[in-house]
Design a protein around this ligand. Structure first.
Ligand SMILES: *[C@@H]1O[C@H](CO)[C@@H](O)[C@H](O)[C@H]1NC(C)=O
Ligand SMILES: *[C@@H]1O[C@H](CO)[C@@H](O)[C@H](O)[C@H]1NC(C)=O
Length: 263
């Protein structure tokens, strides 16, 4: 099984080195994906880079496995970016104050691979930074729907790097295809996605990014298989909508000084 996050040794690679792009996609139109977040999680020796997306000015959704680093010292998101290695005026770099990994997340099989990150300050919503909406509970995306996935992940199986946001169009596939390919595939909480010809895919560094179908974030890049680019598994957001709502409510409560849940 292949994890789609990028784990790099912070002492060997320079910051940002290794951040690449989607396989078989095209460069995204500049600032056409204003909900897209670049996520960096660090401890003293390692860092992981992932995608994520803004669903409220104070909240970013991503994949739980992006947080699979021991003794995290910092989690940062960059919003409004196109070229992640440039200091673009549109960029907002915000620290993540806390995060809620799904309580039933399992590394074995990537079950419930979802995390909600609370930003320390609200993002400023403008031309470059906007939220994306998520589907209601059990509003399933139809098989055959063509969706977009933006990301800064690798562009080939051999690390190949550019720093601009790329995107790829992938089709929602029948559950059977993923049930055959992955023993832990769970139809109610995962979406089976891919390009049958295996010419297009997400890859390392794309984890946590959104599967955008009909302008809503229906999925989160979760995992695939190293030998084949097809099929791939995304976390099914509609299944987690009640949980997300609950977490967002808690985030808001914490903002009220003196409320029982604020520290
Ligand atoms: C950083 O995270 C990696 C991956 O989980 C772990 O192997 C390593 O021991 C951690 N480093 C420190 C200093 O905790
Ligand atoms: C931050 O955004 C949240 C969600 O939209 C809102 O409830 C809250 O009032 C905002 N906080 C500030 C300080 O603007």
């Amino acid at each position: 099984m292949l994890l789609l996050l990028l784990l790099t040794n912070a002492f060997v690679l320079l910051p940002w080195a290794g951040a690449g792009r989607i396989i078989g996609g095209t460069e995204a139109k500049v600032h056409s994906r204003p909900y897209m977040a670049y996520l960096e999680v660090k401890n003293k020796t390692k860092s992981s880079r992932c995608g994520g997306f803004l669903i409220r000015p104070d909240a970013v959704l991503s994949a739980a496995h992006c947080m699979d680093i021991e003794k995290i010292v910092s989690v940062t998101v960059i919003l409004g970016a196109h070229n992640i290695s440039d200091e673009e005026c549109s960029q907002q770099k915000i620290s993540v104050g806390q995060w809620d990994i799904h309580p039933e997340y399992s590394r074995e099989g990537f079950i419930n691979d979802i995390v909600l990150l609370k930003l320390e300050q609200n993002a400023t919503i403008n031309e470059y930074v906007k939220c994306i909406s998520i589907p209601k509970k059990n509003k399933h995306v139809r098989v055959g729907t063509k969706c977009n996935v933006p990301g800064w992940g690798w562009t080939s199986k051999e690390e190949d790097s550019t720093d601009v946001l790329r995107e790829v169009k992938l089709k929602v596939q029948k559950e059977k295809i993923c049930q055959r390919a992955f023993s832990d595939y769970e139809p109610q909480s995962m979406i089976c996605v891919g390009d049958e010809k295996s010419k297009k895919a997400t890859y390392k560094g794309d984890s946590g990014g959104p599967l955008v179908c009909n302008e809503k974030a229906h999925g989160i890049v979760s995992y695939g298989c190293d030998r084949n680019l097809f099929p791939e598994v995304f976390t099914r957001i509609s299944h987690f909508e009640p949980w997300i709502h609950e977490q967002l409510k808690m985030f808001s409560l914490q903002d009220i000084p003196g409320s029982p849940s604020s520290d």
